[in-house]
Design a protein around this ligand. Structure first.
Ligand code: DAU
Length: 338
């Protein structure tokens, strides 16, 4: 059946993959992207989508009630990706995280309440649970965020819960683990290190490099959101993870190996303040109730991702040029004792 889907933050990394997936998978769907095109939202990420007559782009901010109301006209489903997402940036300047992630989500919920939608998926993060020293977090675990970023996402997550309990809106939440793939902005570990290594620049590894992340390929991520959007139970949160726990040093060595670059590029620098040691999720709910499983082979997906950056230098060189000032600032900061 034909549906109109609003994807906020659809010009970002995961959002744009989700848009491509929707247009390919559902020939009857109309897809509308609302994106403020901040530094991480890039129109070039929507190059494929723009070719479709079923696609519409609206430049607008989720904090802007009028823009959100306009974008929501005639919409059946909402998938809310729009957020500030980089932990280091949240440590250096939390402001935009609170206004976009918390207030922006409030505006989205309030507008959905006013206009009425059939389904609304809020894209949260595994970081809301805090660090998992051992074991795995189930969806009912308490939220114990440790960075301004994860605290702002936890705030949004709790607003979604409250809007479900209070107003009975058809709301669902996903909490995905560290995602990777083509078009990820080169500030996150994998694309940052790949592009630095390609330029023969040092790779600043925080602390001892033994922190653990569970890596999820973007293709698996968007399939999981599709399952939750169409089959998830209202009011529930769903963990999503790839089942690929790796230390940062392992990931770094793999990247260097794939690119044929020496390990002498690794530079241990001061640790990230409040750095979560490990993220780990129990994914029994989404696997058991919705039949989703990660399909990507981690090594193959990483190899393909690295190759994408090798093959698309214009995409990331433009960005590196734009963010040079920010990166210098971060580098000076992390190098303070490294
Ligand atoms: O877990 C899901 C989350 O994953 C998402 O909600 C966030 O939006 C996303 O940014 C990511 O958070 P992380 O902080 O885990 O990702 P990041 O790529 O920034 O860092 C991954 C790990 O690598 C982390 O332990 C910090 C470390 N790191 C990162 C950078 C950028 C370094 O050692 N050096 C670096 O230069």
């Amino acid at each position: 059946m034909s549906k109109r889907v609003l994807v906020t933050g659809g010009a970002g990394f995961i959002g744009s993959h989700f848009v491509d997936y929707l247009l390919q998978t559902y020939p009857d769907y109309q897809v509308v992207v609302l994106d403020a095109l901040t530094y991480a939202g890039r129109l070039e990420n929507l190059a494929e989508a723009q070719k479709s007559p079923r696609f519409q782009f609206i430049k607008g901010d989720v904090r802007d009630r009028e823009a959100v109301r306009d974008a929501l006209q005639g919409v059946h489903y909402v998938v809310h990706f729009a957020a500030e997402t980089h932990v280091d940036r949240s440590i250096l300047n939390p402001d935009a995280f609170i206004t976009t992630d918390v207030y922006g989500t409030y505006v989205m919920l309030e507008s959905a309440r006013e206009l009425g939608v059939e389904r609304f998926v809020h894209v949260s993060t595994d970081e809301v649970y805090g660090s998992a020293e051992a074991g795995e977090f189930h969806e009912d675990a308490p939220l114990r965020p440790n960075s301004p970023y994860s605290a702002s996402k936890a705030g949004a997550d709790l607003l979604v819960r409250a809007y479900y309990q209070t107003y009975h809106l058809p709301l669902l939440t996903v909490r995905p683990s560290n995602t990777f793939g083509p078009r990820q902005y080169p500030e996150k570990l994998i694309p940052f290190f790949v592009t630095r290594a390609l330029n023969d620049q040092s790779l600043p590894l925080y602390g001892d490099g033994q922190q653990v992340r569970d890596w999820l390929y973007v293709g698996d991520h968007v399939r999981a959101i599709d399952r939750v959007l169409h089959h998830g139970q209202g009011g529930k949160a769903y963990n999503i993870a790839g089942g690929n726990e790796r230390t940062n040093i392992e990931i770094t060595r793999k990247i260097l190996h794939l690119l044929g670059k020496p390990e002498t590029l690794i530079q241990f620098v001061a640790d990230r303040p409040g750095h979560d040691r490990r993220y780990a999720l129990d994914t029994t709910r989404i696997q058991g109730e919705l039949g989703w499983r990660p399909e990507a082979n981690f090594d193959q997906a990483l190899t393909q991702t690295v190759q994408w950056y090798v093959d698309n230098p214009t995409w990331w060189q433009t960005i590196l040029h734009e963010q040079a000032e920010y990166r210098d600032f971060v580098a000076r900061w992390y190098n303070r004792s490294g």
